[in-house]
Write a protein that binds this ligand. Structure first.
Ligand code: HEM
Length: 334
């Protein structure tokens, strides 16, 4: 059975995608009206962009050897660590954090010229807070009506109305808990936490999710250092003297009902299907804070749709992300 072929596009999805694209572009224009350059519509604050390697070893499980995991090989890569809130703000406030991996020098007939890059975009929580594009369009219209993000009590009231509307049959309890948990995790060092793809992807014939698991997670009771950019400083301190390693792991869909492709709010339980390692992400000790490296990192454009066909994105949230990332990147590089 080819699990990667089981997508179901609900009626109204195209219209929802257009609404979200418009809202994202309007929010970028209003957030950065007084600034140049225009920053990313989400994840605008970089903690750091680092040089790395992705090592595909001999030990990748046989059923997962597809796409870039098919053969043992070491690739160079860029990794951008980020905070999601837009516009950027102090690290003293809790937020969701991103790890975007761009694997370089990927050879395939799929790419013009035969060589391209493969992206993986990960966040430090296993599940997303909207099930599909239609729900996300409603969410975005609630929190950013007129394309301007609301803040404070006004935003809280509208979020409450979105997640708990008057008719309890339409309450979105799981979705609201996902959002709360995503933005309230305490993070003291982006190099020492775990990240997930949240949404599913093909891996050859399979549907899978990804996770990057740090070999050395944050020790318990580590107090965050002070400062607006404390997470960048924590990364810089770590990479001054030590290499950092993550395992890149894959979770296969084994049950289409309990591990759905079209509902990004449902966690695929590890007891049903464990994450299995396919590669090592090695970040060598480095000073990533130079002006050139910071600028090169900000010039990168990540998208789940920057991919080999063997790793193509699946599900409604990913179908929505295709237009959002393309149009968002075009807006900020215009
Ligand atoms: C409907 C859902 C989503 C929307 C509308 C959305 C929107 C965006 C936008 C506009 C950007 C900036 C892109 C750019 O200008 O280059 C972005 C970046 C990013 N998104 Fe999403 N996103 C969504 C879901 C997700 C999910 C499910 C994940 C993964 C777990 C994710 C992870 C990231 C990461 C890591 C970045 C930073 C990319 C970078 O470092 O440049 N997003 N997103």
């Amino acid at each position: 059975m080819n699990q990667a072929d089981h997508e179901t596009v609900p009626p109204g999805e195209d219209h929802a995608i257009e609404r979200v694209v418009d809202l994202v572009l309007d929010t970028m224009r209003s957030d950065y009206a007084a600034h140049a350059p225009v920053l990313r519509g989400q994840h605008p604050k970089p903690h750091g962009s680092v040089r790395a390697q992705l090592e595909i070893g001999l030990g990748a499980p046989a059923d997962l050897r597809h796409g870039i995991f098919a053969e043992p090989r070491t690739y160079d890569a860029w990794i951008r660590f980020s905070a999601s809130a837009a516009p950027p703000r102090s690290d003293a406030r809790r937020d969701a954090h991103g790890m975007s991996i761009k694997v370089l020098g990927v050879e395939s007939e799929h790419f013009p010229g035969g060589v391209g890059t493969q992206d993986f975009t990960l966040v430090n929580h296993p599940v997303f807070f909207c099930r599909d594009a239609i729900d996300y369009a409603e969410f975005a219209a609630a929190v950013a009506p007129e394309g301007t993000m609301l803040h404070g009590p006004a935003a809280a009231m509208r979020l409450l109305a979105f997640y708990l509307p008057p008719n309890p049959a339409y309450w979105r309890i799981r979705d609201s808990l996902n959002l709360w948990r995503t933005v309230h995790r305490e993070v003291t060092n982006p190099l020492q936490i775990r990240y997930w793809s949240q949404t599913p992807f093909a891996l050859g014939p399979h549907a899978v999710k990804y996770s990057a698991i740090p070999r050395h997670p944050t020790p318990r009771r580590r107090r965050p250092p002070p400062g607006e950019d404390r997470l960048r400083e924590a990364m810089a301190r770590t990479l001054r003297s030590t290499d950092v390693t993550f395992d890149l792991a894959v979770q296969r869909q084994l049950d289409r009902d309990k591990m759905p492709v079209e509902d990004a709010t449902v966690e695929w339980k590890e007891r049903l299907s464990p994450f299995r390692k396919v590669a090592t992400i090695r970040i060598p000790a480095q000073d990533f804070t130079s002006r050139e490296q910071s600028r090169d990192g900000e010039d990168l454009h990540f998208s789940p749709w920057n991919t080999l066909p063997e790793h193509r994105p699946l599900g409604g949230i990913n179908r929505l992300r295709r237009a959002v990332y393309e149009r968002g990147a075009a807006e900020r590089t215009a």
